[in-house]
Design a protein around this ligand. Structure first.
Ligand code: BT5
Length: 267
């Protein structure tokens, strides 16, 4: 792939600018700087390889050359703080939902991609893609969202187990066939643009809820400060929080940004 090839591949989509890099530190980082210099809405940054790809909480995201998709879309929502209690969450879900939908055209129907709340896309209980939505504020206004997505396509994209918090997989292993990376990128972007225009609709919430992984299962959640909570996954609340019921029967609605959800008794 190269700059011209990418532009031509995506020419039917209503994107802003498109930038392709063979190697880049982080597409989110580049997109942030580009947004600060007034990038048009829906501009896209794609890298074949990332040398400083990031996850949440300063974690690393591995994107070796030739095997993965790593890209960031610049969204300009212009929504006031009053309306946005859970908005950055919706963007994370937007990325995860679009990724699931594009993947599910390639995966066997009995083994679909699902969203492990809040930001992982998993198949067969293994992480196949991660989403990092970073919000930029201008005073009280949500000014920019950099929506970054990393997808493991070929087996060499999957990092070794010892560096992982959660088992990982890739699209080709789950699809059982070679996958054309750039066609997959096109398909994800198409779904992203579709749902981005419908973020505040009940249909969006329903589609997100339908793809929620670990429903009815007991999970352990670890919050930022290290405190744990064990509960059964009930689904999403009306505003996209994860609803859990604890052993005492009390329902919790999780909004916390940085938490890990793990099936109880599994690694
Ligand atoms: C995420 O964070 O899952 C968000 C990943 C977002 C990556 C995209 S790529 C394009 C854009 N540009 C960037 O710089 N970032 C975004 P989190 O939930 O914190 O998960 C991070 C953890 O996932 C790491 O600590 C590893 O354990 C694991 N990990 C790292 N690389 C992985 C990979 N390729 N596949 C599966 N797991 C991985």
């Amino acid at each position: 792939m190269n700059q011209t090839g990418l532009q031509s591949l995506l020419s039917d989509l209503p994107l802003g600018g498109v930038r392709y890099f063979a190697t880049l530190g982080s597409t989110n980082e580049f997109a942030k700087r580009w947004a600060d210099q007034s990038a048009p809405a829906l501009s896209l940054v794609v890298a074949d390889e990332q040398t400083a790809g990031r996850g949440r909480l300063q974690r690393r995201w591995f994107t070796p050359r030739g095997a993965a998709l790593a890209f960031s879309l610049i969204l300009i929502p212009r929504i006031g703080r009053g309306q946005d209690g859970i908005l950055p969450y919706r963007y994370t879900a937007l990325g995860a939902l679009a990724t699931c939908e594009a993947l599910n055209t390639l995966l066997p129907p009995g083994n679909p991609a699902q969203i492990k709340w809040p930001n992982d896309v998993i198949v067969s209980r293994r992480k196949l893609a991660g989403v990092l939505a970073e919000a930029g504020w201008q005073g009280e206004q949500l000014d920019t969202v950099i929506l970054g997505i990393g997808i493991n396509v070929a087996p060499s994209a999957v990092p070794p187990d010892e560096v992982l918090h959660y088992p990982a997989t890739c699209v080709e292993a789950e699809a059982g066939a070679p996958v054309e990376r750039w066609e997959l990128l096109h398909a994800v972007l198409e779904r992203l643009l579709f749902w981005n225009a419908r973020l505040d609709t009940p249909e969006f919430l329903e589609a997100w809820n339908d793809r929620l992984a670990l429903r009815d299962e007991w999970v352990q959640v670890t919050f930022d400060d290290g405190s744990p909570l064990e509960g059964q996954v009930l689904g999403l609340s009306e505003d996209g929080c994860l609803r859990l019921r604890d052993r005492q029967g009390k329902t919790h609605e999780l909004t916390g940004g940085e938490l890990n959800v793990r099936p109880v008794g599994r690694s």
